[in-house]
Write a protein that binds this ligand. Structure first.
Ligand code: KG4
Ligand code: ZN
Length: 341
């Protein structure tokens, strides 16, 4: 089964051609990070405009690299949400137009679920139930995975997503956007124990996450107690590396500790990670040092937003529940529980 997968939830216009849910023939990502860098985050109107320019050339490129003709496509899969509404509607309208014009079925999939699927793609030996952990710029979610398409919600962030916290801390340290990889790099030169930062706890909800207090602690370390964001920075280069290392230790150890505790309490036999932050090598080391369960990661090119994970998940779900009508709409927020029928 040959599936075209389209992803435009945020700032990547991404299209892939995937055979049977795992053989990736092409995975083209037209990134917009340069466009948004000067704003320190994604500028929604600019994102939609760039998606509109990039979507059809990216589809053509994905077909060309895959050496697949439109008539050979069996299914068009598209990320239906969650994400920026303007961006989502460009991908969704393109997918609808292609499905209609080529006379192929269409399926809308959940972007967050697809991040998890990225680590499961082509792997048949993942012990289930598994603890699924999605850590990206927009999401921090833990679920129990019974099977692809069957999940039990365990916890989520109550404020910032972990990737968003990396990006905001990076901006406080005058690092470029997206800040996650730059914090990881700088943290290698710093002392992770220098600042006693800790991620937040959510009262009565042991499986939820909170990163906004941690971000405020970093702000005060950089600019002085109770300072505002536009106050001048008081730190030197050495402090900067120590802050990056201490922040990274605090944020990542919260993910590792809660994930392993949840895996135990919810009877999971493995841990599956996905989302942009899962590229962080320190995180991978920490999980492997501390877990006695097998851990599954996406390939590097499948960690961030991409069309291959959408195509792969689209195929699995199409086999379970069939396609969607051309009338489906983009969904800005989708609770994880309702992503599968
Ligand atoms: O999954 P993704 O590409 O987009 C969303 O769906 O949000 O994730 C992007 C996020 C950004 O916040 C970025 O800073 C973060 O992933 N990220 C990292 C690393 N690489 C990307 N965070 C920490 N360490 C990294 N190496
Ligand atoms: Zn994403």
């Amino acid at each position: 089964m040959i599936v075209l997968g389209i992803e435009t939830t945020c700032d990547e216009t991404a299209v892939a051609v995937v055979v049977d849910g795992h053989e990736i023939l092409s995975n083209i990502i037209a990134s917009q990070t340069d466009l948004h860098a000067e704003y320190g985050g994604v500028f929604p109107e600019l994102a939609s405009r760039r998606h509109l320019e990039a979507i059809l050339p990216t589809v053509e490129e994905a077909l060309r690299v895959a050496e697949v003709r439109p008539e050979e496509i069996d299914l068009v899969a598209v990320a239906q949400g969650p994400g920026l509404l303007g961006s989502l509607s460009i991908g969704l309208n393109a997918a609808k137009g292609l499905a209609f014009g080529w006379n192929k079925p269409l399926i809308g999939v959940n972007h967050v679920e697809a991040h998890l699927y990225a680590a499961m793609m082509g792997k048949e030996n993942i012990p289930l139930p598994a603890l699924g952990v999605i850590i990206s710029g927009g999401h921090t979610v833990m679920v129990r995975i019974e099977a692809v398409g069957e999940y039990e919600m365990i916890g989520a962030t109550v404020d910032d997503a972990i990737g968003e916290a990396f990006d905001k801390v990076a901006s406080l340290l005058d690092l470029a956007y997206p800040g996650g990889p730059l914090i990881e790099k700088l943290a290698k030169e710093g002392n992770p124990e220098k600042y006693p930062f800790r991620a937040g706890k959510v009262k009565g909800r042991p499986w939820d996450f909170s990163f906004s207090g941690l971000k405020t602690k970093v702000l005060y370390a950089v600019k002085g107690q109770n300072s505002s964001r536009d106050a001048p920075s008081l730190i030197d280069e050495e402090d900067k590396a120590d802050i990056a290392a201490s922040f990274q230790r605090a944020a990542l150890s919260d993910i590792v500790e809660k994930s392993l505790a949840a895996a135990r309490d919810f009877g999971c036999a493995s841990v599956v990670l996905g989302g942009g932050v899962s590229q962080n090598m320190r995180l991978r080391e920490m999980f492997h040092e501390e877990s006695c369960l097998p851990i599954f990661w996406p390939e590097k090119e499948l960690c961030g937003d991409n069309g291959a994970m959408i195509a792969g998940l689209g195929k699995e779900l199409f086999e379970k529940r069939g396609g969607d009508p051309l009338s489906i709409e983009p969904v800005h927020r989708i609770p994880f529980e309702s992503i599968s029928p």
